[in-house]
Design a protein around this ligand. Structure first.
Ligand SMILES: [Fe+2]
Length: 242
């Protein structure tokens, strides 16, 4: 029986069926008429709840309400990541339409970095709080000692970095130089340093602390330093070094 498509094309059409709901029937029909198929977009998991351990930060004044409100923003980054990935999968890529001033592919790819990195930053933030805080333990403690001389010096630098940042402070492992460093992030997608792994992320946007500390960001960071989950940080470092 002649379907007008090869067997491979029929299989590809079947695989793409899962994204039919996100494509308008008109757009899909047009693609099929041109004998085109698209890759199914890889989607991120939208967080459904704050990890239970995170609520233990109430003991230092970072409230349950702050985290519950924060969850909505975390979900927003995940949902927008998925929305952009679906839009990119549907985009009819044409180099002649690409433009550095404005074009659909530029808009989608620039904002993908904001959405996806916003998602990743919050994944690290919520994974690495809800612990006992205090001096670092394990392998990360050795790296901090090596890079900053002492935990106290590292903590002072991390606090200053958090005060100086407009959105984030990151403790990252530099695979190039095999050392750690405290970096500033002014937005979700700034300032990336390649060949690094972020093992600790401190959210210093007002939404992370205003309900509990108003404008006293330094007090929020003091509280944060008492609830870092160093086991989680070491797990991230171990995975990065594997
Ligand atoms: Fe946030």
């Amino acid at each position: 029986m002649d379907h007008g498509l090869t067997r491979r094309e029929l299989i590809a059409c079947g695989l793409a069926a899962g994204m039919l709901s996100s494509l308008s029937s008109g757009a899909w029909a047009a693609r099929r008429a041109r004998n085109e198929t698209t890759m199914e977009p890889k989607l991120v998991t939208v967080p459904q709840a704050i990890p239970e351990k995170v609520y233990t930060t109430e003991r230092v004044g970072i409230s349950r309400q702050t985290h519950d409100e924060h969850l909505k923003l975390w979900q927003g980054y995940a949902n927008k990541t998925n929305e952009i990935r679906k839009a990119l999968a549907e985009l009819e890529v044409d180099p002649a339409k690409a433009n550095q001033i404005y074009s659909a592919i530029r808009a989608l790819k620039v904002d993908l970095t904001f959405a996806y990195e916003g998602y990743i930053n919050h994944n690290v933030y919520f994974d690495t709080i809800g612990g006992q805080g205090g001096p670092a333990t394990g392998a990360i403690a050795d790296l901090i000692q090596e890079a900053y001389g002492s935990f106290e010096k590292w903590a002072a630098d991390f606090k200053a970095t958090g005060i100086a940042g407009r959105g984030w402070a990151f403790l990252a492992y530099d695979h190039e130089e095999q050392r750690v460093f405290n970096y500033i992030g002014d937005a979700q997608n700034t300032f990336p340093i390649w060949n690094h792994t972020v093992v600790l992320a401190l959210d210093v946007y007002e939404h992370a602390y205003y309900l509990d500390f108003q404008t006293a960001r330094a007090k929020y960071i003091d509280a944060y330093l008492q609830v870092i989950d160093w086991d989680a940080v070491n797990a991230r470092l171990k995975a990065a070094l594997r």
